[in-house]
Design a binder for this molecule. Structure first.
Ligand code: N2P
Length: 357
């Protein structure tokens, strides 16, 4: 009997030691700074999508070092989070990707006690169908897709997606390296929904893009911009904010939204399951929703901010530019991407076929 008690005691002591070791090693990795915050934050955002100064100012104010990493498109970001290796704390998915990530349990619920600046976000951007109560995401930038073109190189009217298929501009057309965007506008060109789950429609879009491929200089998301500024390309499929930035840099450039219709998109900030430091992640998100900080980012990258309080800090001509900030019911301006669930694999398949053709 006694021996058994001694044995049990031994096991208990070993267990306590193991637990202490686990706890100790866990704490050992992290450093809490004098302000009580974990001292590092891993942020994963689109390229060219923030004013770097706001990162420096965040680091200074909170004593938290920001490891900043960028992705080219939603699918690349999703794959990284699914792999789980990078401990990202804050990510910037688009609306359909939020839906996907909620379904795959890849996001943490936000604690609004830590997000007092959410009040600065415009009501029209809150509670949208992709995240009905903003349980997992807060809006960041929003906009449209269209064509940026060089008026010195393109002398005809640009009002249809068809021009991206015009042989005259062979080797002078950039397309986005982003499956939903590039396939999406091709579906629009054909008169279909950019959320189609009809395999025949999708196959037709594939054929169109294969037909267009010899005309395409590159599938890019950020690098093409310096070439357009330098007057090197004739036209590019682009997001509205990048178009505003390019026009600022080169007055020969113009942006148009084709008559067949476009995509209306919303990008957000969220905390993925890879984050071990949700408190600091929310601190960062709340900081990004300060009007001055949101205005700095919008002023720098030229995308339309969802933060209505930030608009007061931005130049009037930027906020009044209807190409960046469409007026009226914005939901009439374009079709919003939705998560396509299992059908996503069909889009991925045609995208691979187009790329490898
Ligand atoms: C910025 C990317 C913008 C993404 N480089 C538009 N959804």
């Amino acid at each position: 009997m006694n021996e058994r008690v001694v044995g049990l005691k031994k096991i208990a002591v070993i267990l306590v030691l193991c637990m202490a070791m686990v706890l100790f090693s866990g704490c050992g990795q992290g450093k809490v700074n004098e302000k009580g915050y974990y001292d590092t934050l891993n942020v994963y955002n689109w390229g060219d999508y923030i004013d770097p100064v706001v990162l420096e100012e965040f680091e200074e104010e909170y004593g938290i070092k920001v490891n900043y990493d960028t992705f080219a498109n939603n699918e690349e970001m999703l794959a990284k989070i699914q792999q789980g290796g990078n401990d990202y704390d804050v990510i910037f998915p688009s609306e359909y990707m939020i839906e996907t990530m909620i379904k795959e349990d890849l996001l943490q619920e936000l604690d609004y006690k830590n997000l007092s600046n959410f009040k600065n976000i415009g009501e029209q951007f809150k509670n949208l169908p992709y995240d009905p109560q903003n349980k997992y995401s807060v809006p960041y930038f929003w906009g449209s897709m269209g064509i940026i073109y060089n008026t010195k190189k393109v002398d005809e009217k640009v009002d249809s997606w068809d021009i991206l298929w015009n042989e005259k501009y062979k080797g002078n057309i950039f397309m986005l390296d982003s499956v939903r965007d590039t396939v999406g506008i091709t579906l629009k060109k054909l008169g279909y929904s950019l959320n189609t789950k009809n395999i025949d429609e999708l196959e037709k879009a594939k054929e169109e893009l294969i037909k267009q491929k010899p005309l395409v200089k590159a599938y890019e998301v950020d690098n093409y911009k310096s070439m357009m500024i330098a007057g090197e390309g004739a036209m590019a499929l682009t997001w509205s904010g990048d178009a505003m930035l390019l026009i600022d840099e080169n007055k020969d450039l113009a942006y148009t939204i084709p008559k067949e219709g476009t995509n209306l998109w919303f990008d957000t900030m969220a905390v993925p399951v890879t984050s071990k430091h949700k408190k600091e992640a929310e601190l960062f998100i709340d900081y990004m929703m300060r009007p001055e900080v949101a205005a700095k980012c919008a002023g720098y990258v030229k995308y339309a901010t969802a933060n209505v309080k930030a608009l007061e800090y931005l130049p009037k001509e930027e906020v009044e530019n209807e190409l960046a900030y469409p007026k009226g019911n914005i939901f009439e301006k374009g079709e919003v991407f939705i998560d396509l669930a299992d059908f996503t694999t069909e889009y991925d398949r045609i995208w691979t076929e187009i790329k490898s053709h």
